[in-house]
Design a binder for this molecule. Structure first.
Ligand code: SF4
Length: 375
């Protein structure tokens, strides 16, 4: 496959970018503090061909577990810092790469300039020989960027990524990759294309976030990857699928299959994803999932809402409070899971929290009302 001439970034035993093959990665969905289960899942992902295994860390107790996981697995480990960027200092000695989200970084310790927070992260990465991923999500772009690009959320996402590249460049830190993700393949294609035109040197991590349950989740991902990889865009990838825990390693199998097909010229998806039918998106789950019923709920939502297929409605199902409230804002109807209740939203408006038994009828009533209002 033709590849953009990006620079090489080392993450443990592998390199991302340059002439290196496209690395495939996945993320553990086990509770990080359940060391045995997380080691088992990390090994399963590695044995399936996973080059990198991501783990969520949100607390000092998670860091203690991470140190033990590091001792027990040969996998190249990545941590997703999400809200708590200061944990980087204790996380970095145990991992090969960490990811921060510029949107979340903006909100944390608001009084501090973003450049100062980025300097802290770059210093930590440098001291520990870690790579960094600047992981921008269209749904959580920092508000200042949104204000600058009120009518073009892809432009806001790209501008945020470019701003953070400049901050890291100023610090002479070059061991970073960038991701620009959304649940819609079109925005992933546009965002990565625009970014690659501006920064051809920066390795890109591709992914359609919250792609959902197979086969739709795989189709959405293929639509984006088949448009980007043949044009040389993409150095590592993740296929984000909503799968039961014992099947998480299938993300690797699917990613490798898509790469093989593209390399062999076998294209299976249509270039434009159909915007005129029901779109159920769901997160791939991770250690932050607040109730184990999440995957079951996502599957039940997909099944129950099938009758609404002819309508251009987006329903988002998210597993936790970290990303749930924000990532459901753009959906027509959104559900995010708490430990005992599921929160239901109509775009940004909260409609209440319902038990796992009551949520489906409530969702059905809201969906019927939405269809009626649009008819
Ligand atoms: S929404 Fe929450 S549970 Fe789902 S993948 Fe994102 S952080 Fe994990």
């Amino acid at each position: 496959m033709k590849r953009n001439e990006t620079r090489s970034v080392r993450a443990g035993s592998i390199f991302i970018g340059g002439a290196h093959r496209v690395a495939v990665q996945s993320m553990c969905a086990t509770k990080t503090q359940n060391v045995d289960a997380t080691v088992e899942q990390a090994e399963k992902i590695r044995e399936a061909g996973g080059d990198l295994v991501r783990i969520a860390v949100d607390s000092p107790k998670d860091v203690v577990a991470l140190a033990e996981i590091r001792r027990q697995t040969k996998a190249n480990l990545v941590v997703d810092l999400q809200e708590n960027y200061r944990l980087a200092a204790t996380v970095a000695p145990h991992v090969d790469k960490f990811r921060y989200n510029p949107g979340h970084l903006y909100h944390h310790e608001k009084e501090k300039p973003v450049a100062e927070k980025v300097r802290f992260l770059a210093d930590v990465a440098r001291e520990n020989g870690c790579a960094i991923r600047v992981g921008v999500n269209c749904g959580s772009v920092d508000p200042e960027m949104k204000e600058k690009h009120p009518d073009d959320d892809v432009a806001a996402m790209v501008a945020s990524a470019i701003e953070h590249c400049a901050l890291l460049d100023d610090l002479k830190f070059d061991q970073y990759v960038v991701s620009l993700k959304d649940s819609h393949p079109r925005k992933v294609i546009e965002g990565n294309t625009r970014f690659a035109a501006a920064r051809r040197d920066v390795p890109l991590h591709l992914g359609v976030t919250e792609a959902g349950i197979p086969p739709e989740g795989i189709i959405k991902t293929r639509v984006a990857f088949e448009q980007l990889l043949p044009r040389g865009i993409g150095d590592t990838l993740r296929v984000s699928l909503t799968l039961p825990n014992p099947r998480k390693h299938e993300e690797i199998t699917v990613g490798k299959l898509i790469l093989e097909d593209i390399a062999a010229g076998r294209f299976r998806s249509v270039p434009v994803f159909d915007d005129h039918t029901l779109n159920v998106i769901s997160c791939p789950s991770c250690s932050r999932v607040e109730n184990e019923k999440f995957v079951e709920l996502a599957e039940a939502v997909k099944e129950m809402t099938a009758y609404a297929k002819p309508h251009a409605i987006t329903i988002a199902v998210m597993g936790c409070r970290v990303n749930g409230p924000g990532e459901t804002d753009d959906a027509d109807l959104g559900l995010w899971c708490g430990p005992t209740h599921v929160n239901l939203k109509k775009q940004k408006a909260a409609l209440g929290a319902f038990t796992y038994d009551d949520i489906l009828p409530k969702l059905r009533a809201e969906l019927d009302a939405l269809i009626a209002a649009r008819s």
